[in-house]
Design a protein around this ligand. Structure first.
Ligand code: NAI
Length: 798
């Protein structure tokens, strides 16, 4: 027994095992054996076609899965083909809802996914729990957005068709997400094959996707080895192949698809440089190296496996690195305290050993930490090579293990020459405190991604992919979407769809029938108030205004807001300025949540709208939900640009929120109009003081109770009801309001423009009524008005 004092002395960690019970129960529920997932059903398990999947940490069998035959692949392709027309023809908004549901489902089962992945792959639970699975969810959220924006952002394009996807074992579920999310968003249907070493999370995903309501046949999972992959590649009815794996197999697939008309994207191997200049912060560099090459045991296609160090700091850095390597913790993947887990399979371990031996034979010096590496299970210690010749095999061949090779350079141009001395070109990492140098080097390196003072950063919004023998095509970002799209033969049908805001989910009759109890009892009085700083507030005036229904009867009352109420609201909006610093992803999630909660109360809102306007309340609610999806989609996608200014350097045009924006909403479409104005502002990081329709304000006062339940931080959206034009003028005069949007007709528009001169605030005042239901009610016009561009000039170079 170690004493507490000893623990303080040694800083030894005790094991902190994560339970594998739920994961094993899930396997047991399938009797430990899986058929294929085709057309929304598991195929019967054929005992003679099963092979073992092992747990790398113990070498013990974990489950048995089916070796997919050509007939299995054919059945899966047929199912995908049958599901294609209905899936492709859904409005983007409907597919967005499916992707959103998948993102939510992943979050709901996050820990189960994390544990199954660690068991199956051998990677530490800390990584699956904190990186793989959150990134998977993020990928589905982000692509829910592209589905929503498909018609407007990719006019004339449609899904490529049935896609075959073949993925590797190093990030089993994340690679699935990188492939499945954009394909679904684009309107493709899928046959995916996970790697033979790590098929389990793909099977779990298939099951959970079905529970989340993904239509049968849209996603089909066929397990098996390379021959199953080859059957997918060769199938004549597959329109596109997406592959991640070795360059060797990538080349086979390129040849096999050549001339077939199939679209192809390949994400292959790498031997990425990690370049350290002598002015770099060496402590950060050391942690960077840990993340670059010991993350996922080095089984990362973009691992920074070649450490290029400027000569003067070589010895100091290597010494620091060795000290850090001594403290890395390697062990059971389910132990929450370990940094490194197991290598995926014995064959991979053997490959690492052989390549390391070759490096020693070639005369490079090998170093490993002094602690003992477990001898049972598939483990390999972190390894460092120095005195490496740039042409040697360890410097050239992708090892795909925790092996770092260090080389030196003298000048920046020599660093670039060594960095590019590889057939690959996936990623690079550049470390220097000198921004001139970093930006000079980055464009000179032949790779698809360059990280500056960072490494292994990934996000759904930033495309990832290689140059040269690292493959072609990008995953993530808008560019990644094009990999799953093709020019539509009949653009007119798409353009017709463009304006279809109503979702496929046509719930909500518009009329809420009073139940017999409601007919007998008088309704409980409801008192809509103002909404300021996340709280309901009584109007300062102490007055209320009557709201009349379409039939002329009094429907209710709302507070009569005044100058003082607006002042409080503006103050609250300023206090919420931290909203601008939240990520687009976080803002998107909140907008989706608002949509979800609005949809849940759709019938009630529809009835209220119909009573006020006499119009189709249900359609308006549906359109408002869809609009919230649109701006949730845009929240992390309204990218800036990089301008090609005539200097040696770049000008980064960045979108910034404007600040506190006053909004006066239209009378037509009282809920949809309000949402159409507030959502883009909020999506871009502004905070808002909104004055709803004067005639039909009840939709807005109901709406704040939706905001209340949707994690919208207090002060981000404030609502003050009352005499709209007078209130809008007050907002226009207010020195702490940065912009005003007015959509209430010509007269009020002129007043707002005049009043805005005081602090020269931006105004967007519309003279003509708009049709809020169609394409005119949303899009880039609103996003441009909700942002301002800041140009950051960065000259660089020697
Ligand atoms: P691999 O490229 O053979 O396997 C990747 C996927 O392709 C698996 O699903 C496999 O079943 C499938 N596949 C294999 N042969 C195929 C074929 N002829 N047609 C269609 N699909 C086929 O990679 P492997 O053998 O697992 O690993 C070997 C080396 O590849 C690693 O040591 C590493 O260097 C590299 N690799 C690179 C990856 C990356 O992300 N860039 C990922 C996995 C491996």
């Amino acid at each position: 027994m170690t004493s507490v004092a000893e623990i303080f002395e040694t800083m030894e960690y005790g094991p902190a095992p994560e339970s594998d019970k739920p994961a094993r129960e899930w396997l047991a529920a399938h009797d430990g054996a899986f058929g294929q997932f085709i057309g929304g059903r598991w195929t019967a398990v054929a005992q003679d076609a099963l092979f073992d999947v092992q747990e790398p940490a113990t070498g013990k069998p974990l489950a048995r899965v089916t070796q997919g035959s050509a007939a299995d692949v054919d059945a899966a392709v047929k199912a995908a083909r049958a599901a294609l027309p209905a899936w492709r023809d859904l409005p983007g908004h409907a597919r967005a809802r499916h992707l959103y549901a998948l993102a939510r489902a992943i979050q709901k089962h996050a820990r189960l996914f994390a544990v199954v992945e660690s068991l199956d792959n051998g990677k530490p639970i800390r990584e699956t729990r904190d990186l793989d699975i959150p990134l998977v969810a993020r990928h589905f959220y982000h692509h829910a957005g592209w589905a929503q924006l498909l018609e407007s952002e990719f006019p004339g394009y449609e899904g490529a068709g049935v896609v075959g996807q073949i993925i590797p074992w190093n990030f089993p579920l994340l690679m699935l997400a990188w492939k499945v999310a954009p394909a679904l968003a684009a309107g493709c249907t899928i046959v995916i094959k996970p790697a033979e070493f790590t098929p389990l999370t793909a099977l779990l995903f298939a099951e959970i996707a079905q529970e989340a309501g993904l239509p049968a046949g849209v996603l089909n999972v066929v397990t098996g080895d390379g021959s199953t992959g080859a059957a997918i590649v060769d199938h004549p009815d597959v329109d596109k192949i997406a592959f991640t794996g070795s360059t060797e197999v990538g080349r086979v697939i390129r040849r096999a698809t050549a001339g077939s008309g199939k679209k192809l994207s390949l994400e292959l191997g790498g031997k990425s440089p990690f370049i350290v200049f002598e002015d770099a912060d060496l402590d950060s560099v050391v942690e960077g190296v840990v993340d670059a090459i010991w993350f996922n045991q080095g089984q990362v296609c973009c691992a920074g496996s070649r450490l290029l160090v400027q000569e003067g700091i070589h010895d100091a850095l290597i010494a620091k690195l060795k000290r850090r390597m001594e403290t890395l913790r390697l062990g059971r993947p389910l132990d929450k305290a370990v940094d490194m887990g197991a290598i995926v399979a014995p064959v991979q371990l053997e490959r690492i050993r052989t390549l390391v031996e070759a490096g020693r034979d070639e005369g490079a010096s090998m170093w490993q930490p002094s602690w003992a590496c477990p001898t049972e299970g598939c483990f390999y210690p972190p390894t460092l090579f120095t005195d490496v010749a740039p042409s040697s095999s360890v410097a050239q061949v992708e090892i795909f293990g925790p092996v770092l090779v260090a080389m030196t350079f003298r000048t920046p141009s020599e660093a670039v020459a060594i960095a590019n001395n590889t057939p690959y070109g996936l990623a690079a990492s550049v470390w220097t405190e000198n921004i001139n140098l970093a930006l000079d080097i980055a464009p000179k390196i032949k790779s698809g991604v360059v990280w500056i003072n960072a490494t292994n950063l990934f996000d759904a919004s930033a495309g990832f992919g290689g140059y040269r023998e690292s493959g072609f095509g990008r995953e993530g970002g808008k560019e990644g979407m094009y990999e799953y799209l093709k020019k539509a033969k009949t653009p007119s049908t798409l353009d017709a769809r463009r304006s279809t805001l109503a979702s496929s989910n046509g719930k909500g009759s518009g009329e809420r029938r009073a139940s017999s109890v409601e007919e007998i009892l008088p309704a409980i009085d409801r008192t809509p108030k103002l909404y300021v700083g996340g709280k309901q507030a009584r109007p300062d005036s102490g007055y209320s205004r009557r709201v009349l229904g379409a039939d002329g009867q009094v429907l209710g009352v709302v507070g009569d807001g005044n100058r003082k109420d607006l002042r409080n609201a503006v103050e609250a909006a300023h206090k919420a300025s931290g909203w601008a610093r939240t990520t687009g992803h976080a803002r998107a999630q909140i907008l989706y949540y608002v949509a979800e909660n609005l949809a849940a109360r759709g019938d009630e809102f529809a009835a209220r709208l119909s009573a006020m306007t006499g119009g189709d309340g249900a359609a308006e609610v549906q359109a408002a939900v869809a609009r919230l999806f649109t701006y949730a989609a845009w929240a992390d996608k309204f990218d800036g640009a990089v301008h090609d200014v005539p200097i040696r350097g770049v000008a980064l045009a960045m979108h910034e929120p404007i600040g506190v924006v006053g909004v006066a909403a239209p009378d037509e479409s009282p809920l949809l109009g309000l949402v159409s104005l507030v959502a883009p502002l909020v999506a871009m990081g502004n905070t808002v003081v909104a004055v709803p329709s004067e005639r039909h304000p009840l939709a807005a006062t109901d709406f704040y109770s939706v905001l209340d339940t949707s994690d919208v931080p207090g002060g981000v959206i404030n609502i003050v009801t009352g005499a709209r034009d007078a209130l809008a003028t007050v907002l226009a005069e207010h020195d702490d309001v940065d912009a005003v949007w007015y959509f209430g007709g010509a007269e009020g528009a002129a007043a707002v423009e005049r009043a805005s001169a005081s602090n020269m605030k931006r105004t967007w005042a519309e003279w003509e009524p708009r049709d809020w239901t169609g394409a005119d009610g949303e899009g880039r016009e609103f996003l441009r008005a909700a942002t301002q561009v800041k140009n950051v000039w960065v000259p660089y170079g020697e």
